[in-house]
Design a protein around this ligand. Sequence first.
Ligand SMILES: Cc1cc2nc3c(=O)[nH]c(=O)nc-3n(C[C@H](O)[C@H](O)[C@H](O)COP(=O)(O)OP(=O)(O)OC[C@H]3O[C@@H](n4cnc5c(N)ncnc54)[C@H](O)[C@@H]3O)c2cc1C
Length: 377
Amino acid sequence: MAGLSLAYYLSQSPLRNRSILILDSELKNRNDRTWCFWEPDGGSATYTSAFDSILFRKWKTVSFHGTTYAGALDMGDYQYKMLRGIDFYAFVRNELNKHPTIEFQQATINRIKDTPQGGFVIADDEPYLADYVFDSTFALKLDQSENHNLLQHFKGWVITAEKPCFNQNQPELMDFRVAQHGDCRFMYILPFDEKTALVEFTLFNDQLLTDAEYEAELLQYIDHFLDTGGYKICETEYGVIPMSDESTEENHAEHIIRIGTSGGFTKPSTGYTFQRTQRYLQAIVKNLAETGKPNRRSSWFAGRFKLYDSIFLNVLEKHRHNADDIFTRVYAENHHRVFTFLDEDTRFIDELRLFATMPFLPFVYAFFDVLRRKAIG
Ligand SMILES: Cc1cc2nc3c(=O)[nH]c(=O)nc-3n(C[C@H](O)[C@H](O)[C@H](O)COP(=O)(O)OP(=O)(O)OC[C@H]3O[C@@H](n4cnc5c(N)ncnc54)[C@H](O)[C@@H]3O)c2cc1C
């Protein structure tokens, strides 16, 4: 996703005539994931406007089912948007094919190394040298004890029901009517129409489940809460996204820039990555075109969101408070504000208003624990 997005933005920039090679071990010709994100329906003003024409669905509102609140969330100007992986891969490939200086090669990368001459790559035993290597290969290796390393893992089915049983106007962002087992567990539903939806069982913890365990929860939820009249499973989605505050050093070497999940573009407290990736890559391409350097800078004050993410992960990791209650407070009492907050676009005063809706002591303990772990790390 990040590699193709970057190539797309380069192809639309003054750098479009530079020679670009995209290496991937996969052809990316399957619908291997769906991306959702929220943005205003603002045409060219949004970070994802390039992909407006291939959005699969967009919804004006979402719903939430928590411990003390169930119903719609007022998203203000935001819309919840869904893009299918296969539509994205096909669209970007088609655009890039119009540029003779952009090439694709299916190959497995064995090594990426910085050298004085440039970024050096070995893929399928072939060496490559480039002014810049943008690396989106990612291996889940989260092992520094001062950090918080949770996983967001999920299995979902696209089901088609015999009877209309989905509210096609409202995706269900989180439905906590599943046994929590001391974790954070919920269902996520993207309705495509009244009879068809992606129903996904999602967990935030550090233990993957077996296939049978995800499926047992899906079966039970569908049986209990959806009046399907019988259904068939049309597609399956499985994924693991890191929820980690481990520093990923986006610019760890002069000629190698990490992008996507590998570059730390995944929001640690939510797993959402798509919209942030578009935002960050646009900044990188702009800098590259204007200064010849890809570095993306942010102010120290913007760094406060990293602290907030760490505190939140600490509360979850240490089970300092029931996750279903935390999320119920966050969404039910902040509606529109929470989406702006997760986009890291809030003013400090709005952040304080949001924090005031949280259970006080668990977050204070987490704050000091984060400081302690950073100090000894
Ligand atoms: C099933 C699923 C659903 C998701 N849904 C959402 C969502 O709704 N919203 C959201 O914001 N985020 C979502 N995410 C998180 C995130 O947006 C995606 O993981 C996204 O694809 C990350 O982009 P990326 O470019 O970092 O990694 P990828 O898209 O995974 O790209 C990495 C590429 O590197 C290639 N590669 C890896 N190793 C090598 C190697 N050694 N040699 C050659 N090629 C290699 C892979 O084949 C792949 O094409 C989801 C993730 C998953 C897995």
